[in-house]
Write a protein that binds this ligand. Structure first.
Ligand code: F3S
Length: 62
């Protein structure tokens, strides 16, 4: 599984980075970015929680 942030939807609320900082970080443009690699098994649950919590549904974990 991988996490992807759609920067066209992200409004930079930083919720994902506080829920799952291992996967999400803020880029120089003030929008979130996800690590570009397969998620470790132990990170999938919190990455999915970030996906569900994002107010603009900018995150996809699949
Ligand atoms: Fe952006 Fe959603 Fe994270 S708006 S900063 S991807 S919680």
């Amino acid at each position: 599984m991988k996490a992807v942030v759609d920067k066209d939807l992200c409004i930079g609320c930083e919720l994902c980075t506080s829920i799952c900082p291992e996967v999400f970080s803020m880029d120089d443009d003030g929008l979130a970015v996800a690590i570009d690699e397969e998620l470790d098994e132990n990170l999938i649950e919190s990455a999915k929680e970030a996906e569900e919590s994002c107010p603009t549904e900018a995150i996809t974990v699949e």
